[in-house]
Ligand binder design. Structure first.
Ligand code: DQA
Length: 150
């Protein structure tokens, strides 16, 4: 089983960025822990981070060939990107949306996600564990063969 993990803009700065909200754990540490979990679950992960909307759209489109599912933290694009939403709607592999912070407990503009309506599931508010929970949920639905988004 091959799963793509996508991190959106500014997540390359985790660990240094707004520590009061996102904590001190770096993206590298999050990926290291996810890789350990993947090994235990016997799945293969590919990691991808981009600060560019179009690159993320292309990566989602490409994932359709060769990947079984996607875990994505679209970061700020969650609240702005019709293009990322449409890319997810266009593919048939399941997509799980994750966020470190509780986006509903923050500014009003973060309460709307363009991605959630087309995601298979959403996990937010558990810090770096949101990724692990999202990955485990995705593995479970893939194993059960229950694949569709939205
Ligand atoms: C985030 C929440 C977004 O609102 C924000 O723009 C981010 C990170 C999170 O993981 O909590 O960059 O996706």
């Amino acid at each position: 089983m091959q799963i793509l993990i996508i991190h959106g803009p500014n997540l390359n700065l985790l660990g240094a960025r707004e520590q009061g909200i996102y904590g001190k754990v770096s993206l590298q540490e999050i990926e290291r822990d996810l890789a350990k979990l993947a090994k235990k679950e016997q799945v293969t992960l590919e990691f991808y981070q981009s600060n560019h909307e179009g690159e993320i759209v292309s990566k989602i489109q490409q994932a359709q060939r060769g990947c079984d599912g996607i875990v994505i933290n679209p970061a700020a694009y969650t609240h702005t990107s019709v293009a990322i939403r449409d890319a997810i709607a266009a593919i048939t592999i399941p997509v799980v949306e994750v966020h470190l912070s509780n986006i509903h407990a923050r500014e009003d503009f973060r309460k709307e996600s363009y991605v959630s309506p087309v995601a298979r599931g959403v996990v937010f508010g558990f810090g770096p564990r949101s990724y692990q929970l999202g990955l485990l949920g995705l593995i479970k639905i893939l194993k059960e063969g229950n694949h569709s988004n939205g």
